[in-house]
Write a protein that binds this ligand. Structure first.
Ligand code: KG4
Ligand code: ZN
Length: 354
């Protein structure tokens, strides 16, 4: 039997992405068209603009993925798509395209949870089984800890009560006048600063609960920049002395990293697991990667973090679909786009394959 080629689509936020992989899983092609340049002038992602851009770009991105993989559309044996969570208009573009292609090609459709995919990216990069493990997803919309019992059974251990880690990086970048997208800009700025210059809060760090809160940290940066002068709130601090800006970025980043690392350590100890998988855009942060390397070495645990291009949004990470394929667990053709987080376990409906 020739290997099955999966075509996966990702349109949950501001990256239009398509990937081709086989059932090992082996990635044959992964194409990502970023919309950063479109959204930069708005200082953040504008949902309707994102949906329209996906709609314009998705077919060329699919074409490019097929070309790079050296296959034709008729060689695709299964469609995979991220249908939750995300911006609903953006998700609908990918979900609609995947359904139409599945019908036209007469192949099964498999829905994949975008958040679980961020963990699966670590499995993909490792090239071997990494389960059971603790999974940390740190993205623009989510900060969650899972007990990943196997490739498809993720139990939620805890998450953020307010802002996601990436959201905090983006908002702090905006406060410091560093522009959009914020995460990489804060990381660059932090490299020039002193992480001990400001004693920012580290929420829940000494508590047992596996919860995060980043909004107090963001507000602490805001007050450190503007003092009590509320008339300046909302305006980027373009007049900050350069060293003070770098120190603020470094101290913020260190506070966020300390909390993320401490909660992962707690989750490892609580479950007795010796593997940590990390994914999501913030996992591209080199200082975070270094801190997690030190923490896991200290706990005699293995760390799995994908390379940078698999940390931020892409379609190759939807290779979790391969695991559903093995169980013949396909999604129905009335599949919906679900903006709020929905567990991956709820996505397989055991419908008949088309
Ligand atoms: O996973 P992702 O690409 O999209 C979502 O699913 O949200 O994550 C995007 C987030 C943004 O908030 C971005 O600022 C952050 O990841 N990010 C970073 C870095 N690169 C991207 N945060 C900190 N340091 C980075 N190097
Ligand atoms: Zn993401």
């Amino acid at each position: 039997m020739p290997p099955v080629n999966f075509l996966a689509l990702e349109t949950s936020c501001d990256e239009t992405a398509a990937a081709i992989f086989t059932e090992e899983p082996t990635v044959l092609a992964s194409v990502v068209a970023s919309q950063i340049d479109i959204h930069r002038r708005f200082g953040g992602v504008v949902p309707e603009v994102a949906a329209r851009a996906h709609q314009q770009r998705l077919l060329p991105v699919i074409d490019e993925a097929l070309k790079r993989a050296g296959i034709e559309l008729k060689d695709v044996g299964c469609l995979a798509v991220h249908n939750t969570p995300g911006l609903v208009g953006a998700l609908l573009v990918g979900v609609s395209a995947a359904k139409m292609l599945a019908v036209a090609l007469d192949v099964p459709l498999i829905a994949v949870n975008h958040i679980e995919s961020h963990i699966y990216a670590a499995r993909l990069a490792a090239g071997r089984d990494i389960f059971p493990c603790i999974g940390l997803v740190v993205s623009g919309g989510h900060t969650v800890l899972f007990h990943c019992k196997d490739a498809l059974d993720f139990e939620l251990l805890g998450g953020t009560l307010d802002d996601a880690a990436g959201e905090a990086f983006d908002k702090v970048a905006s406060i410091l006048g560093l522009g959009f997208p914020g995460g990489p800009a804060v990381e660059r700025e932090a490299a020039q600063g002193n992480p001990k210059a400001f004693a920012f809060p580290r929420s829940f760090i000494h508590e047992e609960r596996l919860a995060f809160s980043f909004s107090g940290l963001k507000t602490a940066v805001l007050y450190a920049v503007h003092g009590q002068d509320l008339t300046k709130v909302g305006k980027p601090a373009n007049d900050l002395p350069p060293q003070r800006r770098a120190d603020l970025a470094a101290s913020f980043q260190q506070a966020a990293i300390d909390v993320l690392s401490a909660k992962c350590r707690q989750a490892l100890r609580r479950t007795g697991l010796k593997r940590l998988a990390v994914g999501g855009g913030v996992a591209a942060n080199r200082a975070l990667r270094g801190a997690l390397e030190r923490m896991t070495a200290d706990e005699s645990a293995e760390l799995f973090i994908p390379p940078l291009e698999l940390c931020t949004d892409n379609a190759a990470m939807a290779a979790q679909a391969v695991e559903r394929w093995r169980r013949q667990d396909f999604s129905p053709l009335d599949l919906d786009a679900v903006p709020a987080y929905q567990s991956g376990k709820a996505l397989g409906k055991r419908s008949r394959p088309r």
